[in-house]
Design a binder for this molecule. Structure first.
Ligand SMILES: O=C(O)CCC(=O)C(=O)O
Length: 266
């Protein structure tokens, strides 16, 4: 497939890009069968945690714990993540310092009344809001969302990757002065995606899920970025291919860089 992929200028203005039908149905079917199996295993092992914490996502889908009897599937998933349609596009946009950081899967909460919440991803880490704000220009933390089902599942505030919150956004995000974190925020856009599409967005822009108009949701997010101590601290070696797996990959640059970062952190 040849594509006119959205460009860096648009990304720099909006903080997100949509590539329509980047993946063919066969590629989507291959991803779907692996991801759904991992999700079933995780859900079967974590029922209490899912209910207690009202979870709407899981992470680390490439962890070897999901492939004890499916070694070939792990190889397929690593190759899927670094297929040329993805690495070619992202390297063209951001250069060749990118590394694979992790993956996540987003689904609907069990409680269909549960409301989504505006956030910037590092908000739920130990990095202070002030530190995040001052490093905003240095951070490149990206999600490449690959929906397995049609979804109208993500709200974003275009341009919020280049600035910090205005007064209302801050009050909503931190639930100050009677505001709630799910409230409508002016300027937000709701993103419609079909299987085969890809949504690239800055993890530090203002965003929230959108659950209620999707009867089901299953969105696989590939997390990549450039090295920064705030995000690299969360890199876990268990999600990376081992040396034998790396040797079989046509393109292992993102994983090699991840290993270099992980080893440098000890
Ligand atoms: O899709 C969702 O439910 C929310 C996604 C999100 O918050 C994220 O990707 O960080």
């Amino acid at each position: 497939m040849t594509h006119n992929l959205p460009d860096l200028d648009t990304y720099q203005t909006q903080g997100y890009l949509i590539a329509r039908q980047l993946f063919c149905p066969e590629a989507m079917a291959e991803l779907q069968s692996i991801v759904e199996r991992i999700h079933r295993q995780w859900a079967a092992e974590n029922g209490d945690l899912i209910r207690a914490n009202r979870l709407l996502n899981m992470h680390s889908l490439t962890d070897s714990r999901y492939f004890k009897e499916q070694a070939a599937e792990r190889q397929t998933l690593f190759a899927w993540i670094t297929q040329p349609a993805i690495t070619g596009w992202l390297t063209g946009l951001f250069g060749d310092e990118l590394y694979f950081h992790n993956s996540q899967l987003f689904f609907n909460p069990l409680d269909r009344e549960q409301l989504p919440y505006w956030h910037r991803d590092l908000q739920y880490s130990t990095v202070t809001d002030e530190a995040q704000q001052s490093e905003q220009g240095q951070l490149l933390a990206l999600h490449l969302r690959v929906p397995l089902l049609p979804e109208c599942g993500m709200a974003l505030i275009p341009g919020s990757h280049r600035r910090w919150d205005n007064h209302l956004e801050r009050e909503v995000r931190f639930e100050l002065n009677g505001h709630q974190k799910h409230e409508y925020l002016p300027g937000s856009v709701l993103i419609n995606l079909q299987p085969g599409d890809a949504l690239l967005f800055d993890a530090q822009m203002l965003h929230r899920g959108h659950y209620q108009s999707n009867s089901a949701r299953l969105a696989f997010d590939i997390c990549v970025g450039n090295y920064h101590p705030f995000t690299a601290a969360f890199l876990n070696k268990t999600v990376l291919p081992d040396q034998a797996e790396m040797a079989q990959l046509a393109n292992h640059d993102w994983y090699r860089r991840a290993w270099q970062i992980a080893e440098s952190l000890g």
